[in-house]
Design a protein around this ligand. Structure first.
Ligand code: NAD
Ligand code: GLY
Length: 352
């Protein structure tokens, strides 16, 4: 079992990774106060007995699975249920699921009585390597991703890779979207991924990757919890990725893969990203996409994607499109392009 400590001004949280972690920590974490569990319909269906084992007398709120549930309306329903259950300041919320459940559950915990204890139990590869760690919580609103939220650190994150056994291949690919992002930022993860392409879907290999990605993220979040500098790096591929996610209906991880592909090509075209390195990164992206190709991904909406990128949170008042891009092995930088330049660069990148 691996333990990673994440210390921010508001919290010293612990992240545990290992197959026996739930058995070890859940009896301790559930004892002594009233608890509330948030999960989604797929996870609840697949793990019903697991919920009975650990949360027998606990209020369990099951949200319909999928990004469409990451709304203010769902947040309202969760908070109403928490109020109805009579939770106290000392109560604890357990978010059991993928990134959707982690993000909205974390926000509900941040808001209820101005903040109750939150434990993240991520069940997708994407949420295990990324979204459960670092305290970003949010819902989507008005066609904009994660526009309403809070930084709110979980007290513990319990990562059990065994959950991945039931994960469809497409969701493994989504997790690889964020893993390739870490490869773009960290030379060791880049080598680990590049030298073991045949192992990408093996559980033992994924467990090693999960630990490396979490260690990288924890270091970044400790240095810059509120994203005024270094944490922007964790958005590589995400400006265009979020736009694609909103216009195409693809999932977050898949959209990040396409976003990373296009933004790396833009960075290469502008001479910002070293060519041979950029090509190696794009080939990792392509390998991940090939795990479960999207037959209908034709970039017909590229004009709309460019337009959507205007509402990205990373933009400022300067009217430019801001992107975190890979520069060289283990190096990244911010690019800010005037809108029309971004639009043209994106159209060119699609053609290549
Ligand atoms: P998700 O939560 O929608 O889960 C994907 C699918 O997998 C769902 O259908 C879910 O029901 C199913 N599932 C979950 N666990 C399963 C299991 N063990 N076996 C079988 N099926 C399972 O999506 P996601 O990819 O986990 O997360 C994407 C979300 O995370 C997006 O909303 C994105 O914005 C957010 N995100 C947040 C951060 C952050 O730092 N907070 C970082 C990255 C992404
Ligand atoms: N996934 C981006 C971040 O946590 O900052």
């Amino acid at each position: 079992m691996e333990t990673i400590v994440l210390k921010t001004p508001s919290m010293e949280g612990k992240i545990y990774v290992g197959k026996d972690i739930l058995e070890k920590r859940l009896p301790v974490l559930t004892a002594g106060q009233q608890n509330f569990v948030l999960t989604d319909s797929n996870v609840y269906r697949l793990y019903k007995e697991w919920f009975v084992r650990y949360f027998q007398d606990t209020e369990i709120f099951v949200l319909e699975a999928g990004e469409a549930s990451k709304t203010f309306q769902s947040l309202y329903e969760i908070l109403s249920k928490m109020t109805g259950a009579g939770l106290h300041r000392t109560s604890r919320l357990f978010a059991v699921g993928g990134g959707v459940i982690g993000d909205i559950g974390g926000l509900a915990a941040a808001l209820y009585m101005r903040g109750i204890s939150c434990v993240q139990i991520p069940t997708t590869l994407l949420s295990q390597v990324d979204s459960s760690v670092g305290g970003k919580t949010a819902v989507d609103l008005g066609g904009v991703k994660n526009i309403v939220g809070a930084f709110y650190q979980p007290c513990e994150v319990l990562v059990d890779p065994s959950f991945l056994k039931t994960l469809p291949r497409r969701e493994i690919k989504c997790g690889l979207g964020e893993i390739v992002k870490y490869a773009a930022l960290n030379g060791e993860i880049f080598d680990l991924l590049s030298n073991n392409t045949e192992k990408w879907t093996e559980l033992a290999f994924l467990e090693a990757l999960i630990v490396s990605c979490i260690r990288h993220k924890a270091g970044v979040v400790e240095a810059d919890e509120k994203e005024s500098g270094e944490r922007k790096s964790l958005n590589v591929g995400h400006t265009t990725g979020h736009a694609i996610e909103l216009t195409s209906g693809l999932s977050h991880g898949e959209s990040v893969l396409y976003g990373m592909r296009l933004e790396t090509k833009i960075a290469m075209d502008l001479g910002v990203c070293e060519k041979s390195y950029g090509e190696a990164l794009v080939s990792l992206v392509d390998r991940a996409i090939a795990l479960e190709p999207c037959s209908d991904m034709d970039f017909k909406n590229i004009e709309q994607d460019a337009e959507k990128a205007r509402s990205d949170k990373k933009n400022t008042d300067d009217g430019k499109i801001h992107m975190a891009v890979a520069k060289a092995k283990g190096e990244w930088t911010m690019l800010a392009l005037p809108f029309t330049e971004y639009q043209d660069a994106l159209k060119n990148a699609v053609k290549k």
